[in-house]
Design a protein around this ligand. Sequence first.
Ligand SMILES: [Zn+2]
Length: 79
Amino acid sequence: MLKLVEGVIILKALHMLAYLLLWIGGLNWGLVGFLNTNLVAALLGAGSALEKVVYILVGLSAVYVILTHKGDCRVCGEK
Ligand SMILES: [Zn+2]
C-alpha cells in the first residue's frame, strides 16, 4: 500500500467514487427491471454520449471493486 498521505486520500476517493457509481448502476438496473424506467437515460438523454460515459464509468467501477474488494472487505478478509 502507498504510504503517502496523498496516495491514501486518492485511494479513498477512488474507492468511494467506484462504490457510488456501483450504487447508481445497480439501482438504475433495478429500476429498469422493476419499473421499466432507465433513470440514467431519462436524465442524460437516451443514446447520448453522456449516458454512455456513465455506463462506462459504472463498468470500470465494477472492475475496480472486483480487483480491490478482497483488501477492502472484512468478510472476505476473514479466514
Ligand atoms: Zn467481501
